[in-house]
Design a protein. Structure first.
Length: 154
């Protein structure tokens, strides 16, 4: 049975868009068709998208030591539609942080814990000045999530 990886993010700048697209590129890299990949902006994504997913990747820039308003809006609209219906959903988080990203990480992990989602790898924080290495790190994370779904380990 095919599985669905949902990638949700907010990418308001050229560099954040590159990172968001790299996550999707990595997810599609070695996919042999067993995983469908759905990419939505935080404004487009709904609770129904999450309910149809077998895993989720969340991407956000750090804004004032918090997630983007767009990702916050997504959770405002979908939290209760997902609560108690998506327990143990595997997820990963990517944060593009000009500063340290810890406030954003704390806020997102608090929401994820409330939803009882399973953070299946360490939060990826791309911090400081933009570095080309961030692109490959995001691609690897996407690839890992697809491979994990295909193998049935997440």
């Amino acid at each position: 049975m095919a599985k669905n990886l949902l990638i949700i993010g907010h990418a308001p700048s050229v560099n954040t868009k590159r990172l968001f697209e790299s996550i999707a590129k990595g997810a599609q890299k070695n996919n042999v068709g067993d995983v469908s990949i759905t990419v939505k902006t935080a404004f487009e994504a709904t609770a129904e998208d999450v309910l149809a997913a077998n895993a989720v990747i969340l991407f956000t820039p750090e804004n004032f030591a918090y997630m983007s308003g767009a990702l916050k809006d997504f959770f405002d609209r979908s939290y209760y539609g997902c609560l108690e219906k998506t327990d143990a959903l595997p997820c990963a988080i990517v944060i593009r942080a000009g500063n340290d990203g810890t406030g954003t990480e704390r806020a997102l992990t608090s929401i994820i814990n409330g939803l009882r989602w399973n953070l299946c790898q360490q939060v990826l924080i791309c911090r400081g000045d933009f570095d080309e290495a961030f692109v490959s790190q995001c691609e690897e994370l996407g690839e890992f999530m697809t491979a994990g779904l295909e193998a049935g380990i997440i």
